[in-house]
Design a protein around this ligand. Structure first.
Ligand code: SAM
Length: 227
């Protein structure tokens, strides 16, 4: 079937609308605009370099990014040729940015779902070869506690065919208002997180890179975790 593009005038108007939208809030990740990447406050490229190597080695074909923000990793995975790439986020502004990148860049094999990442979503979500779950779980942990998060990770282990990429905020990020409501991760938060992953249904965790936290106070560890 022939693919039909959006009319040029509408595309131009939509690009202008998208540019206004991108000026309306601070993007967490770089955004693909007219073939170039702009903005972003986190070190996304460093994390992608480490993730990409493991993705290639594991021959993953499907991927879900839970709490995908501006969809940077979904875009990168789709561009790398993964057949089915899905991003999930509950923030309407970010999902608008995600959809716009798909349309304005004619991205194939990438899609987005506006939804909370919660027990219901994880129960009904199909299994994926690769799961990306970066810097989201601490937001759930300081609201709902450690055991709730352990059970969510247990559900995720069952939905991960090959590998999950995991990173979370730490109790020693004292500049963050939420840090005092986190469990005390002791003097070695990365070891605490690894132990937490292994006690939640995953069999192996490897630290694949370090990336500076949002406030630049500590390095967060990115783990490749295996079911
Ligand atoms: C700190 S940012 C991390 C973004 C991205 N995962 C990364 O590391 O580059 C957290 C993102 O998760 C989303 N988020 C937080 N809690 C969520 C939840 N319970 N359900 C869905 N999205 C959530 C936020 O809207 C935001 O885009």
């Amino acid at each position: 079937m022939k693919r039909k593009p959006v009319k040029p005038l509408l595309r131009m108007l939509f690009s202008a609308l998208n540019a206004a939208h991108l000026r309306s809030y601070e993007t967490y990740q770089p955004v693909l605009v007219a073939g170039r990447r702009t903005g972003g406050t986190r070190s996304c490229e460093i994390r992608w370099e480490a993730i990409e190597k493991v993705l290639r080695a594991s021959e993953a074909n499907s991927l879900v990014d839970l709490g995908c923000s501006e969809g940077y990793y979904v875009v990168k995975a789709a561009q790398q040729g993964l057949s089915f790439c899905l991003g999930v986020d509950f923030d309407q502004r970010r999902i608008f940015t995600c959809y716009n990148q798909v349309v304005l860049n004619d991205l194939q094999n990438a899609g987005f779902l506006m939804s909370a990442v919660d027990r219901k979503l994880l129960e009904f979500m199909p299994a994926f070869d690769a799961v990306i779950f970066l810097s989201v779980l601490h937001h759930i942990m300081y609201q709902h506690g450690v055991e709730h998060c352990r059970s969510l990770l247990g559900l995720l282990a069952a939905k991960t065919n090959k590998v999950m990429f995991f990173e979370m905020g730490q109790s020693d990020e004292h500049k963050e208002s939420w840090a005092k409501d986190m469990p005390d991760m002791g003097s070695d938060p990365h070891a605490w997180i690894e132990e937490f992953l292994l006690s939640s249904g995953f069999s192996r965790a490897e630290k694949i890179t370090l990336a500076s936290s949002y406030a630049g106070e500590v390095d967060r560890a990115v783990f490749a975790v295996y079911p």
